[in-house]
Design a protein around this ligand. Structure first.
Ligand SMILES: [Cu+2]
Length: 323
């Protein structure tokens, strides 16, 4: 009995160790503050729902294993918004200066690394935008937050109930933007091409009195496999870390990673989208052309309870792969 038990434990040990290395997550939802409005993100299981729910998260139907984009794809479209990503069917209305909380599935403490956020102006509706042409500017970056305790951006995310807060710069021009949120897990990054990028995108309709149009770069030009913050041995002795990617935008607003207050509301839909030409405009179409352009954004009808933090369950086809 004892040898069998030990053998069984040994087998489980191997299984758990393997699982630990490849356990990952997805960013599932947004909560916009100060209103506390919840917006459901995308889940790959939605592809078997007829019709799939319309959400503010970009679709990543190929991410069935909740896995990562590797440095071998840094120059390919998958690095923009994850595997096979296509634009969201809806946009979350936000104001410049708002704080957006991004919720994740439980993020393993072993998957340490930086958490980085970018914005790109769609210069028109985002729902048909060519993702490879989006020019992103960095609005938040947290790498090695505290060397002594080994606390990384991703550690703060895990500690903060698997959520991350980012502020929309106050000075940017109003318009339709893509928020690109990313964890880069470094637990295997000591090996070539061992870094693991987990990018997720959301469409935002930003109202603002600002006028800035920060210069950006395509996501396919962010990183290279040999960047010091990408090829990085997490298990070596180090006291500093160089966050990869372009420089932080000068108008970026820093956020302390603690939850920004109690949740006050749930989402019922989107109000429309803002024209790039208007400054501080209400988020509803004001011209026939704008109304026509806004029409493809259907309302989000299924409000999800923030407190539950569960993914929307959708029926699968009988021939769907098990995930
Ligand atoms: Cu993993």
């Amino acid at each position: 009995m004892a040898p069998l038990t030990l053998f069984t434990l040994a087998i489980f040990g191997v299984v758990f160790a393997a699982t630990e290395v490849c356990a990952h997550g997805i960013a599932t939802a947004l909560v916009v503050f100060p209103t506390g409005t919840f917006y459901q993100g995308y889940n790959p299981s939605y592809q078997w729902s007829r019709p799939p729910p319309v959400v503010v998260g970009w679709s990543t139907p190929d991410d069935l294993q909740n896995t990562f984009v590797s440095p071998t794809s840094y120059d390919k479209p998958d690095i923009v918004c994850h595997f096979g990503a296509t634009p969201a069917g809806a946009a979350a209305p936000v104001n410049a200066g708002d704080t957006i909380e991004i919720q994740w599935t439980p993020w393993p403490a072993s998957h340490k690394g930086p958490v980085i956020d970018y914005l790109a102006n769609c210069n028109g509706p985002c729902q048909n935008v060519d993702k490879t042409k989006l020019k992103f500017f960095k609005i938040s970056e947290v790498g090695l937050a505290d060397a002594a305790s080994g606390t990384w951006g991703a550690s703060q995310l895990t500690n903060n109930n698997n959520s991350w807060s980012v502020r929309i710069p106050k000075d940017i021009a109003p318009g339709n933007y893509v928020l690109r949120h990313e964890i880069i897990a470094l637990h295997a990054a000591g090996q070539s091409n061992g870094a693991q990028n987990y990018p997720f995108c959301y469409s935002l309709a930003i109202s603002s009195n600002g006028t800035a149009n920060p210069a950006g770069v395509p996501a396919t030009q962010f990183y290279a496999a040999n960047n010091p913050g990408i090829k990085f041995d997490l298990f070596s002795k180090f006291t500093s870390y160089q966050i990869p990617g372009p420089a932080l935008y000068s108008g970026a607003l820093l956020v302390v990673q603690t939850k920004p207050g109690p949740i006050k509301a749930t989402a019922t839909g989107i109000a429309g989208f803002v024209s790039n030409a208007k400054v501080g405009a209400a988020m509803s179409p004001t011209s026939p052309a704008e109304a026509a352009a806004a029409a493809p954004y259907p309302a989000i009808t299924a409000a999800a309870k923030y407190a539950a933090r569960t993914l929307v369950k959708t029926p699968k086809r009988s021939d769907a792969p098990q995930i």
